[in-house]
Design a protein around this ligand. Structure first.
Ligand code: UD1
Length: 417
């Protein structure tokens, strides 16, 4: 196991390069299954979620080659339809493979997916959507078995705008016969990126980014070279780091359009922010409390920035209520923040935070990816020495997190326990 050792209390200054979005890249890797031809993904981050997805592709018979940040996938010889349990349990995005593996091979077998332990995270909407497209699904012994000789377009209404279910259905529907309409679809920027990628492969996807996505099925898809959108959650993490630690940052390859709810909150608490030509500039301010932060599907406040925002609220002047509406148990970072001197009470899905002047260094444990990022920011802003373990969570989503933070002035190093 590895941990960060952090000596806190220094402001952050400088420029940071934002990676391509984890949540955009993962469904693109599933989309690569849909063609026999070569797919190249530029600026592909070397995070463990991506590396696990690449390993799943290899198990399916795809040849994969990572050179620098360019990932090449070649599916000419791919023939397997089974995703091994050990890999499926490593990450939730393995479930995206269902739609594309069925579309390519007519069948799929996968163990129930893993991922961050932040609540129940059912996949009923994925499965009912695929059933509507004509897939026969059996569930036994922790495995999902899917068979379908011919996918048929259908009208699908999602009970809630699930990101993963929208993507999974899109991945199957692009190769279905006829038209599919997904209503109450998720509107996240990563859905738009997936649609753009699929359309560049020859698919016909319309309306991505709105509540209704229409797909005209095509009989085959071809290869593509593509650069995914930048990671709004990584960018948001650095903006919050700046608000917590003080100083001035420039984020390169960042899209402020996709971060309006966070930027609005940070301006409310007196940060100075402006965006220009793929860059976001931030100068931290007096840290007035944001009062209320409530997560909701895009374009609302992202649940993936809730933990980091909770850490920031701990050192704001005044009280803040943070409401987590998407996932049931996404407050695992709270007891750890309390160990660092935060004043927080959790009741159900709400955290009531009374700001303190500063946090104190402590040895803390990350229970999930974004919680781990939040604790790292808390430690960098805190007075004294901290350690944050276990880094396997953080490595799932942030490439070179400590290198980027260190280049901005943070005193952080990785050590093996
Ligand atoms: C994706 C993101 C994750 C983010 C989340 C919400 C990826 C790889 N992950 O996860 O980082 O936190 O969106 O923005 O893109 N639900 C059901 N049934 C289903 C599916 C979902 O009830 O079949 C519920 C979930 O329990 C949750 C809500 O829908 O309450 C949103 O989940 P969803 O949008 O599906 O999240 P993920 O795709 O898993």
């Amino acid at each position: 196991m590895e941990k960060y050792v952090i000596e806190g209390g220094v402001p952050l200054y400088g420029e940071v390069e934002i990676q391509s979005a984890k949540n955009a890249v993962l469904p693109l890797l599933a989309a690569a299954v849909l063609t026999e031809q070569r797919v190249v993904i530029h600026r592909c981050p070397r995070i463990t979620d991506v590396l696990n997805m690449v390993q799943i592709l290899a198990e399916l018979g795809f040849s994969t080659n990572f050179v620098g940040e360019d990932l090449t996938i070649d599916g000419a010889d791919a023939a397997n339809h089974e995703i091994p349990a050990a890999l499926a349990k490593e990450l939730r995005s393995s479930v995206f493979m269902l739609g594309s593996v069925i579309a390519r091979f007519g069948r799929a077998r996968i163990a129930y997916p893993g991922g961050c332990d932040i609540g129940l995270r059912p996949i009923d909407l994925h499965l009912s959507g695929l059933r509507r497209l004509g897939v026969c699904i059996g569930e036994e012994g922790g495995y999902i078995d899917c068979v379908c000789s011919r996918l048929k377009g259908a009208e699908i209404l999602l009970d809630c705008p699930s990101v993963g279910a929208t993507e999974n259905i899109m991945l199957a529907a692009v190769r279905a016969e006829g038209e599919t309409v997904i209503r109450n679809a998720a509107r996240e920027p990563e859905i738009v990126d997936l649609a753009n990628f699929l359309n560049r492969m020859g698919a016909k996807v319309y309306g991505a980014g709105s509540q209704t996505v229409r797909i005209d099925g095509v009989s085959s898809l071809h290869g593509v070279e593509y650069t995914p959108i930048s990671d709004r959650i990584e960018a948001g993490t650095f903006l919050i780091a700046s608000a917590m630690c003080g100083g001035e940052l420039v984020l390169n390859n960042a899209d402020a359009e996709n971060l309006t709810s966070l930027i609005h909150k940070l301006c409310e608490i007196s940060c100075k922010i402006h965006a220009d030509d793929g860059k976001i500039y931030i100068k931290s301010g007096d840290r007035v409390s944001p009062k209320l932060v409530e997560t909701s599907p895009y374009p609302g406040f992202p649940t993936d920035l809730q933990a980091q925002m909770t850490a920031l609220a701990c050192i704001c002047n005044g009280s803040t209520v943070v409401v987590e509406n998407l996932f049931e148990t996404r407050f695992k970072h709270v007891p750890e923040l309390i160990r660092m001197g935060a004043d927080i009470t959790v009741r159900g899905r709400s955290a009531f935070i009374r700001g303190v002047p500063h946090l104190r260094g402590a040895d803390v444990f990350a229970g999930d990816l974004r919680g781990g990022a939040a604790l790292t920011l808390a430690a960098i802003s805190a007075e004294g020495l901290s350690s944050v373990a276990d880094l396997s969570h953080i490595d799932r989503g942030y490439s070179g997190f400590e290198f980027k933070l260190r280049a901005l002035g943070a005193r952080i190093r990785r050590v093996r326990i």
